[in-house]
Design a protein around this ligand. Structure first.
Ligand SMILES: Cc1cc2nc3c(=O)[nH]c(=O)nc-3n(C[C@H](O)[C@H](O)[C@H](O)COP(=O)(O)O)c2cc1C
Length: 237
C-alpha cells in the first residue's frame, strides 16, 4: 500500500522523467555546424559529465581527446574521408547502403572541419592509472558506450549538437593524435552549435511497446516472432 508521501514523490519523479524525455526527444544528430566557437570550459564540463558514468569495476576505461586545432581537424577529415569512400564505394553491402539511404549521408565529411571541436573517444585496453592495483579492465565497450551516452545527453541539455561518427577502421585517429597503443579509437564526436540552415533526415523512433517488455515472454504487440527478414547484417567492425 502506498502512502500520500510516496504518491507525491512518484508524481515528482514522473514529472522529472517526463521533462527529461521531452528534452531528449528534441536531440538529433547534426551534420552541419555553425562556426561559432564553443569555450573549452563547456567541453571540459561535458567530458567531466561523461566521466561520472558507471564502468566495469570502476575502471573508467576511456579517454576523451578534445581537438580544436584546425590542422589536426583537416588531417582527421582527410583520413576519415578516405575510409568513408571505401565504405560507400565497396565495403558496405547492399543492405547497409539501403539502411543508410534515408540519412542522406555520403563519404564527404565537411563537419569534421566545420565543428569547433572534435571529441575523439578512445577505449583503454588496460588501466593506466598510476594508483591502479591491476592493469585489467572490464566491460570496456559497455562502459565507454554509457559514458558517451551521458556526454551526448549533457551536450544536448547545454544546447549543443553532436554527431556520433564512426569512420571505420578508425586507426588513423590514434596515429594523428599521437595516442599510445593501449588506447583504441572508439568514436569521433563533432560538437558545436548547429548551422542555422542545418536539416535533419525525417526518421522515426520505435514506439514504447516495440522496445519494452514487462516480465517474461512476448507481450501483445511487442514482438512478432513469425516475421523475419533474410539475414543481412552489415559486418560488425
Ligand atoms: C554507434 C553509432 C555510429 C554511428 N555512425 C555514424 C556515422 O559514421 N556517420 C553518421 O553520419 N551518423 C552516424 N550515426 C548516427 C546515426 O545515423 C543516428 O544516430 C541515427 O540515424 C538516429 O538519428 P538521430 O541521432 O538524429 O536521432 C551513428 C550512430 C551511432 C549510435
Amino acid at each position: 500500500m502506498s502512502r500520500p508521501d510516496d504518491d507525491a514523490t512518484d508524481r515528482n519523479s514522473l514529472g522529472l522523467a517526463t521533462s527529461f524525455l521531452e528534452l531528449l526527444r528534441t536531440r538529433r544528430s547534426a551534420r552541419r555546424f555553425s562556426d561559432r566557437p564553443v569555450p573549452q570550459k563547456i567541453i571540459e564540463t561535458l567530458i567531466a559529465t561523461a566521466g561520472t558514468a558507471p564502468s566495469g569495476a570502476n575502471k573508467q576505461p576511456w579517454r576523451f581527446v578534445a581537438v580544436q586545432d584546425a590542422e589536426l581537424k583537416q588531417r582527421i577529415r582527410q583520413a576519415a574521408e578516405v575510409e568513408e569512400a571505401k565504405l560507400y564505394g565497396a565495403r558496405a553491402n547492399e543492405s547497409w547502403l539501403k539502411d543508410l539511404a534515408p540519412l542522406g549521408t555520403d563519404s564527404n565529411k565537411p563537419f569534421l572541419e566545420e565543428a569547433p571541436w572534435l571529441v575523439a573517444v578512445f577505449k583503454l585496453n588496460r588501466d593506466d592509472e598510476p594508483t591502479r592495483k591491476t592493469d585489467q579492465v572490464y566491460y570496456v565497450n559497455e562502459s565507454v558506450g554509457i559514458a558517451i551516452g551521458m556526454f551526448l545527453a549533457a551536450a544536448h541539455v547545454a544546447g549543443l549538437s553532436t554527431l556520433t561518427h564512426t569512420p571505420s577502421p578508425m586507426k588513423f585517429l590514434g596515429e594523428i593524435l599521437g595516442r599510445p597503443a593501449h588506447e583504441r579509437a572508439y568514436m569521433l564526436i563533432p560538437i558545436g552549435y548547429p548551422a542555422n540552415d542545418a536539416e535533419v533526415p525525417h526518421i522515426e523512433r520505435k514506439p514504447l511497446e516495440r522496445i519494452m517488455v514487462v516480465d517474461a515472454g512476448c507481450q501483445p504487440n511487442a514482438i512478432d516472432p513469425t516475421r523475419s527478414l533474410p539475414s543481412s547484417m552489415p559486418p560488425s567492425s
